[in-house]
Design a protein around this ligand. Structure first.
Ligand SMILES: Nc1ncnc2c1ncn2[C@@H]1O[C@H](COP(=O)(O)OP(=O)(O)OP(=O)(O)O)[C@@H](O)[C@H]1O
Ligand SMILES: Cc1cn([C@H]2C[C@H](O)[C@@H](COP(=O)(O)O)O2)c(=O)[nH]c1=O
Length: 213
């Protein structure tokens, strides 16, 4: 497939949304809007957005962890088929806010379901389709959660509400993934001021795809 598949990962509050917004704006100017696709997980397609509602509904506190893991994988499957594969076939640059690494870190490690088990169920969903590049925004859990509490307290979802220890486990899992796949996953220090984070992200994308930025 001709396109470029870039995923963005990180603990809650790392700044993914803020970074992607800027990257998207600049790439749209460089490439034109039609060459670019922004999607977010869970969600990004009609059916996947409906699964998102179920996953984040604050009244679903009794959701079983395996149900949660399967719903994230189901949402991902639908997104792959309805958006990502067609976008890549059309040669687009796809900016994807979270992908399989989120499930490994949050459900595999955070929920304690096992990183290998989550990898396996997600292979059924993605059928081998991995990002060309993953930007991992690394931040200490305390700082990430503080940012959310400060700026986004009116939109806190079921997973944001987890205890600090959960978020620390998630971060450790991300760091292990980055060490295991250093060619695909590039670590950016997200505790820096936003403009510095964005510069690092642009340089990392350019290193991988010299025609971008
Ligand atoms: N580098 C930064 N320095 C200070 N504040 C930041 C930085 N990046 C983002 N923020 C602020 O932190 C808050 C969370 O940022 P953002 O929503 O972009 O993070 P996120 O990684 O998408 O979070 P989540 O995964 O929980 O949705 C926002 O209010 C944003 O303005
Ligand atoms: C894809 C995916 C996401 N999550 C969690 C991670 C976050 O807490 C939320 C997504 O919130 P955002 O503001 O849209 O980043 O969902 C997860 O646990 N597992 C996953 O596979």
């Amino acid at each position: 497939m001709d396109g470029k598949f870039i995923s963005f990962e990180g603990p809650d509050g790392a700044g993914k949304t803020s970074v992607i917004r800027q990257i998207q704006e600049e790439l749209e100017q460089q490439l034109g809007e039609e060459e670019l696709m922004y999607i977010r997980e869970p969600g990004g397609s009609r059916i996947s957005e409906e699964i998102r509602q179920l996953l984040f509904d604050n009244k679903n506190t009794d959701m079983d962890p395996r149900t949660e893991a399967l719903l994230f994988a189901a949402s991902r499957r639908q997104l792959v088929v309805s958006e990502i594969i067609p976008g890549l076939k059309a040669g687009k640059v796809i900016l994807c806010d979270r992908y399989i690494d989120s499930s490994i870190a949050y459900q595999g490690a955070g929920r304690g379901l096992g990183e290998r088990e989550i990898w396996t169920i997600n292979q059924f969903a993605i059928d081998g389709l991995m990002p060309d590049l993953t930007i991992y925004l690394d931040i200490e859990s305390e700082l990430g959660l503080t940012r959310i509490a400060k700026h986004r307290s009116n939109q806190v979802n079921r997973l944001d509400r987890e205890k600090l220890a959960f978020h620390q486990t998630v971060r450790q899992s991300y760091l292990r993934l980055q060490q295991r796949y250093p060619e695909r996953i590039k670590l950016i220090d997200a505790s820096q001021p936003l403009p510095a984070v964005i510069n690092d992200v642009k340089a990392t994308i350019h290193d991988r795809f010299s025609e971008l930025f």
